[in-house]
Design a protein around this ligand. Sequence first.
Ligand code: AMP
Length: 219
Amino acid sequence: MRVIIVGAPGSGKGTHCKRIVEKYNVAHLSSGDILRHERANNTDLGLKAQSYMDSGGLVPDDLIVAMMAKAVKAAPKAGFVLDGFPRTVTQAQQLDASLEKADRKIDAVISLTCTDDVIMKRLTGRRSCPECGAVYHVTNVPPKKEGICDECGAELVHRPDDTVDVVKNRLDTYRQQTAPVIDYYKSNGEVFEIDGSCEAEETIIEIFKVLDKFAAQAE
Ligand code: AMP
């Protein structure tokens, strides 16, 4: 099963991807996570990406497409869920072209809708574990001990791009560059729009309803 989950920052892509991975055994390919890993390791790519990420803009397409093509190629037979990629129409076209070469295609695109208000509250209160990737929220999902990851004991961080001004830029970037990706896939009839503003448990039920059909076809 090959799936894309698209939505504004804070719409819940990462949270729902974890559940999708548990249920269908596919690989979670998050472009943001891969970039943060590259940065933490001070790689060439990480250094090139950092200024774009810190300002809420997009890393250039050529760097991202090469990085994600590698990840897609290494994905297991069960498939993958793409999170945060493609984020421009150029990236989508290049992804489709490379899948086509391998005689493959995207099965479904889940588009998560969410209001700016909900997004702002979620992201400015989000705290992330830099070690194991666990995600918390200061009021909605607080860790047992303030500032410390329940899973691995590492100190939680407020991502520098989760501050009010950078979130505003990320939302602008989303509207200008990523929203057209949904139209691009709509023209191929693969988009399933799901409300991402409600409780995570309600949203994931709707996502599973869509993906169960594709999982059944893949058996
Ligand atoms: P995310 O964690 O998905 O919100 O990504 C964090 C940041 O990484 C974004 O604000 C961008 O600067 C960069 N990034 C992630 N994915 C992409 C992509 N597909 N294209 C360009 N930049 C990206």
